[in-house]
Design a protein. Sequence first.
Length: 175
Amino acid sequence: MKGYSITVQLDAPQSRDAAPTVSLLDEAAKIVTSRLGADRFRVAGTAEFNGFNRDIRADRIQPLVDWVRHHFPGIDTSKVLPWAGLRPMMPNMMPVVRAGRIPGVFYNTGHGHLGWTLSAATAQMVAGAIDDWRDLDTPSMAPALGAGLDDVSAHSRKAEINPPSGGLLRTSSEE
């Protein structure tokens, strides 16, 4: 998955005043925005399946610029920095959060467009599994992590060791 965004430079006071100061989601257009300090405005919302190609396509950037011009006409869009980046993801959109086949190697990848949204929860899962792995007397392999991302809020987790074939982890709350 390759995602696109633009960062609009808000050089003029009029542009800074016209840009929102909170993050926005335009659900109909599938566009999200974020103010980056006083002088930048990030707009993201297009993506495509395109292998490993990192080229920035103008036909993907232009709708983002047009969206800004339509919704925030007071923002000068003459200085726009386009961006495209690869966002690994699985077909089911669930990240790969598990131990590798080599002891001490852990994977926390494949978050797709939800990288920032899921990263803290999956990092907590990996950290817990690493702690549990370190506590094992003679680990034959690192424990796998649970795929239960909706159940990450517990303070204490115990990772179950998966068979060597590997799989997504399961975690359970300690009682």
